[in-house]
Design a protein around this ligand. Structure first.
Ligand code: DC
Length: 231
């Protein structure tokens, strides 16, 4: 059975990553969190004190940026590594969240990360989530999903996630961060976030997690069946 590429895009905090992860698990596909790559790049630039306006330095530094994903043998969860160090926690901090959209506006950063993402998807059998996956990274993905959800519902979900990790952040701060990121992500010059014309929109505001996962899995099975009939 030939495998397909599944692209999941949408606003911040719609549950794209957790949905994509569960879908990949159910299908036996590889999950790739492209947002984690932009977050790891942001952490790297912050740690190195890179001047983001100095393009030459940026291009030089980005060559020293190595990002990989590994499964934690204890939890079974995929974690992000930056130059060999596990950065799964720090890349989710509010500090990184408030810088990441600025970093991901930069053309040179996008070019580098997009080409790495395309390499990762070459063999198909991947579920990748982000902002430009169905439009730029994999414009020929067999299945494209665009996820949306009400801003306040997204913020409450994100607050709970952070609380579960012991981080206390007010709902106002989260709403501000999510709407700022939506605004920058949707209006930037380089690969802005928008729904590809052939993407299927899923509003997750009132869906249980299992429901949103099953919707994507059903769509994927349909596409896989169709794809295998036509090749
Ligand atoms: O999916 P996330 O919230 O972890 O992504 C963090 C940021 O990275 C998001 O605000 C915008 C950026 N991003 C992007 O520009 N393109 C992607 N494909 C994925 C994320």
């Amino acid at each position: 059975m030939q495998k397909i590429v599944i692209a999941i895009d949408g606003y911040s905090g719609c549950g794209k990553s957790s949905t994509a992860k569960a879908v990949a698990n159910k299908l036996g596909y590889t999950y790739i969190d492209s947002g984690a790559m932009y977050r790891a790049a942001t952490l790297f630039f912050l740690n190195q004190g890179v001047d983001l306006t100095n393009k030459e330095e940026l291009i030089r530094q980005i060559q020293n940026l190595q990002i990989s994903f590994k499964k934690n043998p204890h939890t079974g969860k995929q974690e992000t590594y930056l130059n060999g160090i596990n950065v799964e926690e720090p890349i989710r901090s509010m500090e990184v969240s408030s810088f990441v959209s600025e970093v991901s506006k930069i053309k040179e950063v996008r070019e580098e990360l997009v080409s790495r993402q395309q390499l990762m998807g070459e063999q198909k059998g991947v579920v990748m989530d982000g902002r430009d996956i169905g439009t730029v990274v994999f414009p020929y993905a067999e299945l494209k999903v665009f996820m949306t959800a009400d801003l306040e519902i997204r913020a409450k979900r994100r607050q709970k996630e952070l609380q579960d990790k012991g981080q206390k952040v007010t709902l106002e701060d989260i709403i501000r961060n999510l709407s700022e990121r939506d605004e920058i992500d949707s209006n930037r010059k380089e690969s802005p976030l928008y729904r590809a014309s052939d993407a299927i929109e899923i509003d997750t505001s009132f869906l249980e997690f299992e429901e949103q996962v099953n919707q994507v899995v059903d769509l994927a099975k349909e596409k896989i069946g169709h794809y295998n009939k036509t090749i």
